[in-house]
Design a protein around this ligand. Structure first.
Ligand code: 4AD
Ligand code: MG
Length: 477
């Protein structure tokens, strides 16, 4: 007999049939009711056990966390809380879980505790719901781009170019750390290393994606990226997944339109496909917020927030307008911001971004036309000579969820910029070639996938939306 996934069983409800399910015990009440879950859905199947029919030695093994195979007839449930249940005829114990040592007991565990048990936390309702949403969201990302004429491109993970993120990269080397080869200047000789030069894990696939957009037209990447920044925040990981669309012949306006349409599509997709998990996560969030002071609680529930994003236009505001708003804002005047905004040119911190989104506009915001000095070298210079065609998408509770720009397509302007920043032109020879051969207006952006998952699930800490978070001082598992 073939086993059936609990999700499928509950959808079909073949009353009267003998069925077989596998899963892990959530609870075993009164030596009679097993709540079994197999991860296919947040719902458990109730298996009713007639304890007189089973040996005590088997019943003893049915504890929270044990893996079982259960066979029996599917019948209408006599009790409340479920429409169907299995009248257990056969129990096979795949594996027991000693209640004295199994850490995931049927009670509330803190998210911090569960982070230390990251190999088992997916057996909780919260984490299984998050990880199902994460999976559906990934599919939504691919669906969106595949439906809209984009090609999926795999940029290299090991890269010899450190032009974008100098200083915050993880080195990849096979040199002997105790006894590395040295050159005449007394420095490590990376010429002897595996790649014959210094190599790092990529911080972004953008520059390579640009080369592909200038041949395939519209591409996107979706892969892991690595940053060795020492930021211990609820929004930073050292290893995170980024989605980077890059489009030939798109200007910044088209880029902003795409970012908004794409994000809305993925959220709508989750609303349409993850109803049960969202209802659970919404309730979790409400419970969590009960312990917070009133003014810190959100005005909308999780599902309301998701619908709000889907149904409303993102507000588009220039950096210059934003600075005016911030300079005249209450928290700035009352010196409540940690970083006060005094003048044009200041870099925006997450406290400012969140003020704009959560307090001022009360909707997602796209800020654009930033000062050139606080943005990357490849962004297209505006006619004013001091701002660039950059954009950041800011979300409630998250801050920056995506950032991108129209790229500088003019060879001389780009060369000047590279020179001014003391970047070696030779390192970027291939990137500059794009401006030598068939250059054109093009644009793209990067969206942090975990930040999107955070938004969709209402989770406050980015460590809880990726299976095994990598953060400073932490690479367990
Ligand atoms: O703003 P960032 O650094 O932009 C780039 O890397 C560009 N090359 C993107 C492009 O134009 N193709 O990163 C893009 C997004 C951020 O908006 C944020 O959502 C996410 O990546 N991100 C992080 N997510 C988790 N942990 C970190 N340490 C992150 N750093 C950036
Ligand atoms: Mg950014």
């Amino acid at each position: 007999m073939r086993s059936i996934a609990i999700k499928e069983l509950l959808a079909k409800q073949p009353l009267g049939d003998t069925v077989e399910v596998n899963g892990w015990v959530k609870t075993f009440r009164s030596n009679r009711f097993i709540a079994l879950n197999d991860g296919s859905t947040i719902q458990n199947i109730q298996c009713v056990v007639d304890f007189e029919k089973f040996d005590e030695s088997i019943l003893k093994k049915i504890t929270t966390g044990a893996a079982l195979k259960i066979k029996g007839q599917l019948v209408e449930s006599q009790g409340k809380g479920q429409s169907v249940e299995i009248q257990t005829e056969d129990i096979f114990v795949h594996g027991t879980a000693d209640p004295d040592t199994y850490p995931i007991q049927p009670k509330k565990h803190s998210l911090e505790f569960l982070r230390e048990k990251a190999h088992l936390r997916v057996r909780t309702n919260t984490f299984s719901a998050i990880m199902r949403v994460r999976s559906v969201l990934s599919f939504a990302v691919h669906s969106y781009f595949q439906q809209n004429g984009f090609y999926y491109m795999h940029p290299p993970i090991i890269t010899g170019s450190d032009a974008e993120g100098a200083g915050e990269m993880f080195r990849v080397t096979t040199l002997d750390s105790k006894n590395p080869p040295m050159n005449e200047d007394g420095e490590v000789d990376f010429g002897e290393d595996f790649f014959g030069k210094e190599a790092n894990l990529t911080v972004s696939g953008q520059l390579e994606a640009e080369t592909y957009a200038m041949g395939l037209g519209k591409v996107y990447t979706f892969g892991p990226t690595f940053r060795a920044e020492n930021s211990n925040t609820s929004r930073h990981l050292a290893e995170f997944w980024m989605i980077e669309p890059e489009m030939a012949f798109y200007d910044l306006d088209a880029n902003m339109d795409l970012a908004e349409d794409f994000i809305k599509f993925t959220i709508r997709y989750v609303l349409d496909h993850c109803q049960e998990d969202l209802v659970f996560l919404e309730k979790r969030l409400l419970d969590e917020e009960k312990s917070k002071p009133q003014h810190e609680r959100s005005e909308m529930t999780l599902i309301e927030k998701l619908k709000f994003v889907v149904d409303n236009n993102f507000k588009r505001v220039t950096y210059t307008e934003a600075i005016d708003i911030l300079r005249n804002s209450k928290p700035n005047k009352k010196k409540k911001f940690q970083f006060l905004i005094n003048e044009w040119g200041a870099d925006l911190q997450s406290e400012h971004e969140r003020f704009l989104v959560e307090k001022h506009f009360k909707c997602p915001v796209i800020l654009f036309d930033y000062p050139a000095d606080i943005k990357a070298f490849y962004m297209r210079l505006n006619e004013d000579g001091k701002t660039v065609r950059a954009m950041d998408v800011l979300f409630p509770g998250i801050g920056e969820i995506a950032g991108g720009s129209q790229r500088e397509e003019r060879l001389e302007v780009l060369q000047q910029k590279i020179k001014a920043l003391d970047i070696e032109e030779e390192e970027l020879w291939w990137y500059l070639d794009l401006r030598r051969f068939g250059t054109a207006v093009h644009s793209g952006f990067g969206l942090g996938f975990e930040r999107l998952v955070q938004f969709a699930t209402g989770m406050g800490n980015i460590r809880d939306v990726i299976p095994y978070p990598r953060t400073p001082q932490n690479a367990e598992f």
